[in-house]
Design a protein around this ligand. Structure first.
Ligand code: G3H
Length: 195
């Protein structure tokens, strides 16, 4: 059975500053992760000639994929991080202080809350449909390098987690979640490449 490897991009400069959204490059730790990931993928998919690497269109995922060689890379806009609209580039502290109503309504219903001029988790789940159809169709392994909110939704689909849980699922940085779909159901392994 073919594995699907899910990972977030390496830590970004915005992750370090606690800013959401944006299109930042990698931090020093993120730079280290991209090398470890390439090494892991090279070994894990050594004889898998038809495997492919899927990223978002944001540079933190493209940079994370950059040292992986020998496999085609495909960029999907549908794998871009949840669009935080007017809150893009802010910290959670700043949202709480400057837009307290927004902060509260998101806290009350994180699944349905839509950022002004941005997206909700439900929007993200909907735009992932073509990605999921294509993933289901693949016969070869796929490495998906994306973002926290998007990977929560993808993981929930494969691990059969309920909708309400999606915005709260833990998808840590610098960790690979390997999903194997076999006849007996879905199996999962995690590889933590860095602390
Ligand atoms: O920038 C967005 C984060 O990756 C999503 O985190 O939905 O828990 O705020 P959150």
């Amino acid at each position: 059975p073919r594995p699907i490897l899910l990972t977030r991009h390496g830590e970004s400069q915005d992750n370090v500053r606690g800013r959401i959204g944006g299109d930042a490059a990698l931090s020093e730790a993120g730079e280290l992760y991209k090398k470890k990931l390439a090494n892991f993928v090279g070994k894990r998919l050594k004889s898998e000639r038809a495997a492919s690497i899927w990223t978002s269109t944001l540079q933190r995922t493209i940079l994370t994929a950059s040292p992986i060689v020998g496999f085609p890379k495909i960029q999907w806009r549908a794998l871009d991080e949840i669009n935080a609209g007017v809150c893009d580039g802010m910290t959670y502290e700043e949202i709480k202080k400057n837009m307290p109503e927004e902060y509260e309504s998101r806290k009350k219903d994180k699944l349905r809350y839509r950022y002004p001029r941005g997206e909700s988790y439900l929007d993200v789940i909907q735009r992932l449909e073509p990605v999921i159809i294509e993933l289901e169709r693949q016969r070869a392994p796929v490495v998906v390098i994306s973002h926290q909110a998007v990977l929560r939704a993808l993981y929930a689909y494969f691990a059969d987690r309920p909708l309400q849980e999606i915005p709260h699922i833990e998808v840590p940085l610098h960790t690979i979640i390997e999903i194997q779909m076999g006849v007996t159901g879905v199996q999962e392994k995690r590889y933590k490449l860095m602390d």
